[in-house]
Design a protein around this ligand. Structure first.
Ligand SMILES: Nc1ncnc2c1ncn2[C@@H]1O[C@H](COP(=O)(O)OP(=O)(O)OP(=O)(O)O)[C@@H](O)[C@H]1O
Length: 350
């Protein structure tokens, strides 16, 4: 059974002004998140990502539909049951949400005190968590004395204090520079692997998903338009909104304007080879072209690696005997998908 299961969930907010129209932030969403998943939720601003997460930890209630967490319907839980539910769900935020008047140590101890953890257990637990996030030496510092990445590490330690099974990360790296982002993502990966915590990451950054997530759901206007294994969604996005996201990190077939520039700069037959099966090596493709006596120039594209599975699109300008190019391309169709973009005016392919 899934750890978090949404069935036909809708959330409608009342109109902000009299006579206005209600906002459907979540529109008939069904989704299963299994224990141990790192599940990415992506979508542009206003797609409904934060609302979805607020429904999962019962900070908002559904308008219709059902949410099961660990098999328990969370809709209609009593306040005491809600408190227990939330102890099992940690949360980290874009702006860290630390208490500035408390030391790092006391920030991490806070949820344990709220949960009435015996005093003698709090000390060792906080020390252990600070050591895990690499901040033992900052225990007595205040948040304002820390860098953004350090603040988020305190946020992670605090979120883990009550040993939750689920961690919700809402744009947790959006305020950080790329290098610090990678550090925090690496830490979240350890949280998943070493503690078995299921992580739900909300982001508008595709590279966060690429680095961290195993599964992904793409949201658009309150709906989940596509979901599945990250490799599948990245290598073959079906919906337009997924394609737009994927194109921010993966260069696909050049657009007409990009192709016009390529045609000016390179001569020969321009083709895009799409690697999608996760196993084909571009080295093998290059070798086969070279063996067929075809000169090639890599003019556009890139290759991505998601946990050892390779996919991507390489656009090449091919030069050589046109029948030999035809034969080589026909030979390659068994391993890669080919988009033929034609022969540039400056060369006949030869
Ligand atoms: N409390 C609320 N009252 C009224 N409308 C709301 C409320 N919370 C969210 N909304 C609306 O619901 C829609 C989805 O908002 P949500 O914050 O979930 O999107 P998001 O994908 O997380 O966006 P962002 O990336 O900007 O945070 C938006 O149209 C938003 O204005």
């Amino acid at each position: 059974m899934a750890l978090v299961s949404l069935r036909d969930v809708t959330k409608t907010f009342p109109p902000s002004q009299r006579g206005g129209t209600p906002v459907t932030a979540i529109d008939r969403v069904s989704l299963d998140i299994e224990a141990g998943d790192v599940y990415g939720i992506i979508g542009y601003s206003g797609a409904g990502k934060s609302t979805l997460v607020r429904l999962i930890n019962a900070l908002e209630s559904v308008s219709s539909g059902s949410i099961l967490v660990d098999g328990v319907e969370i809709n209609g839980l009593r306040e005491s049951e809600l408190r227990r539910l939330r102890l099992g769900i940690g949360m980290i935020f874009q702006q860290f949400n630390l208490f500035n008047s408390k030391t790092v140590w006391n920030n991490v101890a806070y949820p344990l005190r709220v949960a009435r953890t015996p005093k003698h257990e709090i000390g060792p637990r906080v020390d252990e968590l600070l050591s895990f996030v690499g901040l033992s030496d900052k225990a007595k510092n205040y948040p304002e004395q820390l860098s953004g990445g350090q603040k988020q590490r305190v946020g992670i330690a605090r979120a883990l204090a009550t040993s939750p099974r689920i961690l919700l990360a809402d744009e947790s790296t959006s305020a950080l520079d790329p290098e610090t982002t990678q550090e925090v993502l690496a830490l979240l990966k350890r949280v998943n692997e070493e503690f078995g915590v299921t992580i739900i990451v909300i982001t508008h950054e595709m590279d966060v998903i690429q680095t961290l997530a195993t599964k992904v759901a793409v949201m658009d206007a309150g709906r989940v338009v596509e979901h599945g294994d990250v490799f599948d969604v990245f290598s073959r996005p079906r919906e337009l909104s997924s394609q737009r996201f994927v194109s921010t990190v993966v260069r696909g077939v050049p657009s007409p304007s990009e192709l016009a520039v390529l045609r000016e700069r390179h001569h020969g037959r321009i083709v895009t080879l799409s690697f999608r099966d996760g196993n084909t090596s571009q080295g093998d493709v290059f070798l086969r072209l070279a063996q067929a006596g075809i000169e090639f120039e890599l003019v556009y594209g890139g290759i991505n690696d998601i946990r050892g599975q390779v996919f991507g699109h390489l656009t090449l300008a091919l030069r050589g005997d046109p029948p030999a190019i035809d034969a080589a391309l026909s030979d390659l169709t068994t391993t890669v998908e080919i988009t033929d973009l034609g022969v540039t005016s400056s060369g006949s392919g030869a």
